[in-house]
Design a protein around this ligand. Sequence first.
Ligand code: BGC
Length: 738
Amino acid sequence: MFKSLLAASVAAVALGAFTPLSAQTAQDPSATPDARADALIARMTRADKLQIVFGYLGTDDESRNGYHRPPLALDGSAGFVPGNPRLGIPPQWQTDAGLGVATQGVARVKRLRTSLPAGIATVSTWDPALARKGGAMIGDEAKRSGFNVMLAGGVNLLREPRNGRGFEYGGEDPLLAGVMVGEQIAGIQSNGVVATIKHYALNDQETERDKSSNAIIDHGALRTSDLLAFQFGIEHGAPGSAMCSYNYVDGLRACENPMLLTQVLRHDWNWPGYVMSDWGATHSTVAAANGGLDQESGFPFDVKPFFGAPLAAAVQSGTVPEARLTEMARRIVRSMLRHGVFDTETSDRSDTIDYAAHAEVTRVDAEAGAVLLQNRNGLLPLAASVKSIAIIGGHADKGVLAGGGSSLVYPRGGNAVPGLKPDTWPGPVVYHPSSPMAAIRRLAPNADVRFADGSDPAAAAALARSSDVAIVFGTQWAGESFDVALTLDGKQDALIDTVAAAQPKTVVVLETGGPVLTPWASRVGAVLEAWYPGTAGGEAIANLVFGKVNPSGHLPATFPASLDQLPHTEAPHGGDVHYSEGAAVGYKWYDAKGFKPAFPFGHGLSYTSFRFSRLKASPSADGLTASVTVTNTGRRAGAAVPQVYLSAPSGVQWEAPRRLGGWAKVMLAPGETRTVTIPIDPRLLATWDEPGHRWNVAAGAYGVTVGASAGDLGERTSVSLPARTIAVGWRPASALRP
Ligand code: BGC
C-alpha cells in the first residue's frame, strides 16, 4: 500500500517542476486567498484532494522498511507533500524549525545554517520586534534553502520546567509566550513561507509523549493557560498551519481530538488554517479526519498510512464525508495562497544567503535574551584592563551548546566539540563554533586568559586562584524526546563550588535549556543565563561580560529554590498526567503558594538602574490601558522592562494572585525618562465561563501593579470596571488577518 501511494505521488510530481502561476482567479495574486482557494478547489478531483492531505518524510530512512523519499523531496528535510502540476499547486517542502533551518535523519549532506538562540532566549528579550526579525531571518534561510513550510514556532507553556523541549518554547506565561512566538511566526511568513504553530496541545513534557502521556486538566484552566498561549500566538502571527501533538488530551489523541481541533480552533477562534499531525502522531483515519486533522505528516513515521488509500475508502463509504475531505484540502491551499507560497519562487538558492548579516541578527538576539541573574558588588562588567581571567568548563574554549532534536541547526564551521554522547538521536550534542574564550580574548587583548576544562576541579580552582577573575561555564544539555533534571549536567555544581571557594570573583555563565537549581548562587559573584545562545553566542556572551552590551533580558520562567516548590515534585512519568495546578503555571503557582523562588519570573538585572513611577491605569474600549514613567537612574544606557501585573477584584477567584497583563521594553540613555503606555487585553481580566462558553469580566476594582519582576513589585493602582462578557471568538483590533 505504501509503495503504491508513493508511486502515485512520484508520478504526479514527475509531470513537471512547479512554476508560479498567472491568469485566472486561482492564479491571480490580486484575488483574495479565499476566492483563489475556491477556484482551485472547484477544479480538484477527489484524488487531487487525497494527495494534498498526505505528507511524506523528507529524507531516506533505512530503519523504516528501507524508506526512500519522493524524488522531489529535499534530502534531510522533515517533510514533503507532492504538488499538483496540472493545477499549478506547488509541492510543500517542509523544514524544521524555530531556531533555523534544521537537517533531519541520516542526510548525506547537512544543511549548515544560522541558528537563532533557543526560543526561550528570544522570549527572554521581551522584545517582539526582535522576535519578528529573527523569524524573518530564519524564514529567509528556509526560502533560500528551497522550503516553503517551516515547522515553527513552538508555544507550549513551560508548565513542567524539566520539559526537555522547554528551550524551543516561550516560557510559562500565555501572553508573553503567545506574543513573542506569534511575532516570530509573522517574521517567518513575511518570506512567503507558511509557519506551523505547535505542538497543539499540552505536549508540555517529552516523557512518554507519543505513548501513554495523557494530559488531564480542567477546561477553564486550559482556556486560561495553554490554549490562551496558542490563541495569542495565532492572533499575533496568523500561522497558516498548526501541528497537533503526540500526547492524549482527556483520553483522546490530540490529532483526533474534536474539542481541540474543531471546537476550539475552527468554531471558537474561527481560524482558517490547516492542522498537520506531528511526525507519527496520526493514529486513525475516520476519527482523525472527522476530528479535525487536515494533513497526515511524515509518512512512514506513522505505523501505516491513515490518510491516502484508507481515507479514500472512508470517503467512498461515507464515513468521512466528501465535504470534509474538500474542507481539508481547501484549508491547505488557502493557507498556501494566503501566505504567498504560490507566488514565491521556491528553489535552493542557499548560496545567496547573507550569513554575515544573519550572524548579526542572531547575535543581537542572544545579547538581548541573556539574563543577568545576579551581580554582587558590580562584579560585571569586567574592565578591559583586567590582567588575568580563568575560563573554566563548558567547552568555552571551543563554542556554545545547542539543544538536541529536530530543531537542531547544524552550524557552518562544523560541530566545535565533536564526539560527545549521544551522537545519535536525540543527539548529536552540538556546540556552535563561537568560542566565548576567543571572543573574551578579543575584548581583553592584554589579559592573560587561560582555560581549564573543569574535569579536574582542583586544577580549575588553582587556575581561578591565580587569576583576577574566574568565569565558569555551566551547561545542561536538553533535547527532544526526553525530559531533564533541573540541574547542570554531571558534577558541575560541585565544580562551581570548588572554584568559588578559591576565587571570590567568580562569574557563572549558564548555557541551559531552561531553569536549573542554582545551589551555589550565594557563593559566587555574578550569574548570567545565556541559554543556548546560537550561532554567535560566544561573541554575545563576551560583549555582555565586558559591558559592550548592557544586559536587558528577563526571565520568562521561574528558577525554583528547590524541587519541592514545583507543582509536581517528581516529573510526571507519562500515563494520566493530572495538571492539578490548572492555570497556575510557573510564577502564578509560586505566588499562589507563597513560595520564594531563587530567581522570579520577569527578573533580569542591568548594568544601570531604573525607576518606575507615576503608574496610571484607566478603562479602554478593549480592556485597560496602563501607563508608567521609566527613568534610567544610572550611568549607562540600558533597556528596562516594566511589567504590569493584574489582580482580581475582591470576591473573584483567579488561578493566582497575579497575572502578567503587559509590558514594554524601553531603551533609555543615562538620566533619560519616558512614559510608556501598555494596553491590556480584556481576556486577562476575565475568567472562562465553561457553561456560557465565553469570558466573564466581573464588576469590581482590578489591581494594577508595576514590577521589575513577579517578585519585585512597585506602585499599585486600581481600576473599577463594570461587568462584561467577551464572546469566545473575540479578537483584538490589532490581531493579524488570518
Ligand atoms: C517533532 C516536531 C517536528 C517533526 C518533524 C517531531 O519529532 O516533535 O516538532 O517538527 O518531528 O521533524
